[in-house]
Write a protein that binds this ligand. Structure first.
Ligand code: PGU
Length: 448
């Protein structure tokens, strides 16, 4: 009998997922103005003749378009990926060193990792975000699993919530990283938004945010960017974080932190973890998805971690057992190389120190680019207040340029960015700032 009940429960979860998927696809297809039933023109007898062409991804598709452009002056400010002053991708020195150590160690093998990944990596990742002296870690209240970078960590967390949590609505900020809606919807959660950014002040709409959280159903999940909010570059102050924390705890909402930029906002790993630590410090439960893509430059290695902070050690260990059931049928177990690099760096005092210096240098270069761009627009007398360029935090500037102006800049100046006017400051260099400033000036003065 019990098994039958379980089966029924599972099949209704599967039904829910299928209908969510259908809804999602319907939206995508309608946006494209076509349908899966539209008849093919030249597909012959293919079993997939009715497959509609999907649009490019709004962020990663920018790189696809950039790669096709033959112009020598083209500039990719779409994807959030760090570039050097020479405009080249950067492999951190400390990463090269760690890789060398790994290669030289002949005792290392390529066996499968456990389902939850590399144990050292998991422990050190929790320590990195929660702090070495975190009582939650010492009390074994935290369970951490290695996942496929930030995206995979969000997805595993969402899948777990869809199966085991009573409230399936997640509130995400408006705006937010474009993939959040898809990750959470396809995991079976219902996505709603809370007010975050005020285009008039180009700052945080703290009033709207608090009101929206106050009217959320008790227990709802709330996605928070731990620091360096993407795409706006606007973070709450510590005082505002405290207000948010109080609201979340008083309504028994469940915080889910997305930490994709630890160290990139302030240049300090501890500084950028303060929001998360504030929530863990109050003894309440929370989820944290960590990515090492940006702060260690390990983008393509796909290294990340999901930590769930629970009330008791017993709950944490049961949650861990269920996370394994989520991961096993998805990708069985995570890759070994990137996590080994991270663990090598995090556990060695000297390498860790070297990493913090390289990370600070990346954060500082981005801050310098902000200043250069701001000055360059000032020098051109570009109409408008551009102080948000130096006020915003992290990898991106949310310029306020509209879709038409973005299209103009791409067409006339070969500058690639997302259509919401977000530019990756990490893709700029002293050499390319004048070109960007010229383009913005022309867009603002000729396109409305
Ligand atoms: N969360 C946020 C807030 C992000 O900005 C990103 C990456 C991720 C998670 C996922 O990063 P992982 O690579 O999975 O660790 N956003 C970048 C990178 C391109 C993309 O969209 O994946 C961006 O340009 O917005």
């Amino acid at each position: 009998m019990e098994n039958v009940d379980k089966l029924e429960m599972n099949s209704s979860a599967a039904d829910r997922r299928l209908s969510t998927l259908a809804r999602h696809l319907a939206v995508t297809i309608n946006n494209e103005g076509s349908s899966i039933f539209s008849s093919p023109t030249s597909a012959g007898d293919s079993a997939f003749a009715n497959v509609a062409r999907a649009p490019e991804d709004p962020i990663l598709g920018v790189t696809v378009a950039y790669n096709k452009d033959p112009s020598p002056v083209k500039l990719n400010l779409g994807v959030g990926a760090y570039r050097t002053e020479e405009g080249k991708p950067l492999v951190l020195n400390v990463v090269r060193k760690a890789e060398q150590l790994l290669v030289n160690d002949r005792s290392r093998v390529k066996e499968y990792l456990p389902i939850v990944g590399l144990a050292d990596f998991n422990k050190l990742s929790a320590k990195l975000i929660l702090g070495a002296d975190s009582p939650a870690i010492h009390g074994n209240l935290v369970t951490t699993v290695q996942c496929l970078s930030g995206t995979g960590s969000l997805r595993v967390g969402a899948e777990f919530l869809a199966r085991h949590y009573r409230e399936r609505t997640i509130y995400i900020p408006n705006p937010t990283w474009g993939n959040h809606t898809k990750v959470f919807t396809l995991a079976g959660l219902t996505v709603k938004t809370y007010r975050y950014y005020d285009p008039v002040t180009r700052g945080l709409n703290i009033q709207g945010l608090l009101e929206d959280l106050e009217s959320a159903p008790t227990g709802a999940i709330v996605l928070l960017h731990a620091c360096a909010h993407n795409p706006t570059g606007v973070d709450p102050t510590l005082q505002q974080w405290e207000q948010i924390r109080q609201m979340i705890r008083s309504k028994s909402l469940l915080p889910f932190f997305d930490s994709a930029y630890q160290g990139f906002a302030s240049g300090s790993l501890d500084g950028d973890a303060q929001s998360v630590r504030m929530f863990v410090g109050d003894g309440g439960e929370c989820f944290i998805a960590q990515s090492y893509a940006k702060n260690m430059g390990l983008y393509g290695e796909r290294v990340g971690a999901l930590s769930i902070v629970c009330r008791t050690a017993d709950v944490a260990s049961r949650v861990n057992s269920q996370l394994k059931l989520v991961i096993r049928p998805m990708y069985s177990n995570p890759p070994i190389h990137g996590a080994s690099i991270v663990a090598t760096i995090l556990k060695d005092r000297n390498l860790y120190h070297e990493w913090t210096l390289e990370l600070k240098a990346m954060a500082d270069r981005i801050i310098t680019m902000r200043k250069h761009l701001f000055d360059a627009l000032g020098a051109r007398g570009t109409p408008g207040d551009w102080s948000h360029i130096i006020k915003q935090i992290g990898m991106f500037t949310f310029t306020g340029l509209n879709r038409k102006q973005v299209t103009f800049m791409t067409k006339e100046y070969h500058i690639y960015m997302t259509s919401d006017g977000r530019i990756s400051m990490a893709g700029l260099s002293s050499r390319t700032v004048p070109h960007l400033a010229d383009a913005i000036h022309a867009a603002v003065t000729t396109v409305v």
